[in-house]
Write a protein that binds this ligand. Structure first.
Ligand SMILES: [Zn+2]
Length: 227
């Protein structure tokens, strides 16, 4: 009897814990149980600022699936030549094989019959067609996992990311730690360095030393977007 009471208390506390984790996904380690039925596909988006651990989270999900012998195909934009052109590499040097593609439609060409999961890193660099492609894959019954920057260095939603977040089943917002004050960081600060003057490209690929994670308070938007 006693043990029944304890176990129902335990159950209630783990339900509450799960509720807290879901409600405050940005500040807690997100541990949402994803559906495991295979009669339907879905899209998951992992987003956040630079240094928030997006790619590590993507790799973690991929590795879990690979342990379960599920075939995963991983793609990334050709533009992201950081560290290694044939891999997805996180800032903490975790890496995994990835196919670089110039155009998002190429996924359909490279897609193999027995693939159950399609993972896409640095999705912010792809054209809005990525939305149609990911929807098509999920409609076919595949699990699609996407990682990308939600905002660019100006604090403006990045490329197709808002559309991907709206059309996906699951969104995980990752946060970094503000380099200035130590609070939760949601913005990517481009540092004011002389070598960067007159460079307005949305992201300087492979130039992580030019960026810092910042919180809302410490983030300084570039002059062109100041209001
Ligand atoms: Zn701060």
């Amino acid at each position: 009897m006693n043990s029944q009471i304890i176990s129902s208390k335990k159950l209630a506390s783990s339900i509450l814990d799960l509720y807290i984790r879901i409600s405050f996904g940005g500040s807690f380690r997100v541990n949402i149980q994803l559906p495991t039925v295979w009669n339907s596909g879905w899209v998951e988006v992992i987003c956040g600022s630079m240094f928030s651990g997006k790619t590590e989270e993507l790799i973690r999900r991929i590795k879990r699936a690979q342990i379960a012998k599920q075939k995963v195909q991983i793609f990334k934009p050709l533009i992201d030549t950081r560290y290694s052109p044939e891999h997805v590499t996180s800032h903490s040097a975790m890496r995994i094989d990835a196919k670089p593609i110039g155009n998002i439609e190429e996924i359909m060409t490279f897609l193999e019959d027995n693939t159950r999961i399609v993972a896409i890193d640095e999705a912010q660099f792809f054209s809005p067609t990525i939305v149609e492609i990911t929807q098509r894959l999920a409609n076919r019954g595949l699990r699609v996992i996407i990682a990308g920057l939600d905002l660019d260095y100006r604090g403006i939603p990045f490329g197709p990311m808002p559309l991907l977040m709206a059309t996906s089943e699951f969104v995980t917002k990752m946060s970094a730690i503000c380099t200035v004050c130590g609070n939760t960081a949601s913005r990517t600060q481009r540092l004011k360095l002389e070598s960067l003057e007159n460079n307005n490209s949305q992201v300087l690929v492979g130039a992580d030393e030019f960026y810092e994670a910042r919180c809302r308070k410490c983030y300084e938007p570039p002059a062109e977007v100041m209001v």
